[in-house]
Design a protein. Structure first.
Length: 223
């Protein structure tokens, strides 16, 4: 279960506060794969990071006993001057992996990401797609209650996308996901329930199909 109590999140702009959420109290049940839908600019990715307790509200609290992965996105959390391999080793240390476990994880990420020689090169030399592949492989190497996924299934060519999707489906046999995506087919395939973000509020739907219908209605009203 993920509980939000009186949560407000905003960013300061030249025009004042841009609200993502306004005084939201909300409970998300455990044991479901959740899709997060909303129009561009509504703060879907920010909300996902807050649910995963990676980013925090300006006011209110978000609590959960679950463990969450870092967001599977474009690898923004990597250290640019360090190699891909060094970044993987650093994450292993953060999560308390011993030397033998670390070597296994390095080997897995090297093979999965298909970065070849770039694995030994600084992250700052990577394209966004290469960072995404490294991030995806690294996330698959650890076990979490929830995987946070921000459009990552679009990383790479068609073959790599297929490989990543198959690996993710296998992974979520033993965990759950919070998925931000504009791909309705992927949401229907991977998610049970949905959260629609609109005008600073969250709306929870037990059936992902209902969330997709509401999202379509919001788009219609927006013209």
């Amino acid at each position: 279960m993920i509980e939000l109590k009186n949560v407000t999140k905003y960013f300061m702009t030249k025009k004042g506060k841009n609200y993502i959420l306004k005084d939201v109290t909300f409970t998300i049940p455990s044991g479901v794969n959740i899709g997060i839908l909303g129009r561009n600019g509504t703060g879907k990715s920010t909300i996902m990071r807050m649910l995963g307790q990676i980013e925090f509200p300006n006011h209110g609290t978000i609590t959960s006993k679950h463990s969450f992965s870092w967001p599977l996105g474009l690898g923004g959390g990597f250290v640019g001057n360090m190699t891909g391999k060094a970044n993987v080793k650093f994450v292993c240390r953060l999560y308390g992996r011993n030397k033998q476990e670390t070597q296994k994880i390095i080997a897995f990420v090297r093979e999965f990401s298909e970065l070849k020689d770039y694995f030994e090169m600084p992250i700052k030399t990577y394209s966004s797609g290469m960072k995404g592949r490294l991030s995806f492989g690294l996330s698959l190497a650890f076990d979490f209650d929830y995987m946070l996924i921000d459009e990552t299934l679009s990383v790479g060519d068609a073959r790599f996308k297929k490989k990543s999707k198959e690996a993710l489906i296998k992974k979520i046999e033993n965990c759950h996901i919070l998925l931000v995506s504009h791909d309705m087919g992927t949401l229907k395939e991977l998610c049970d329930s949905g959260i629609v973000v609109n005008n600073g509020a969250l709306y929870y739907y037990e059936n992902i199909e209902d969330a997709i219908l509401e999202y379509a209605e919001i788009n219609k009203r927006a013209g």
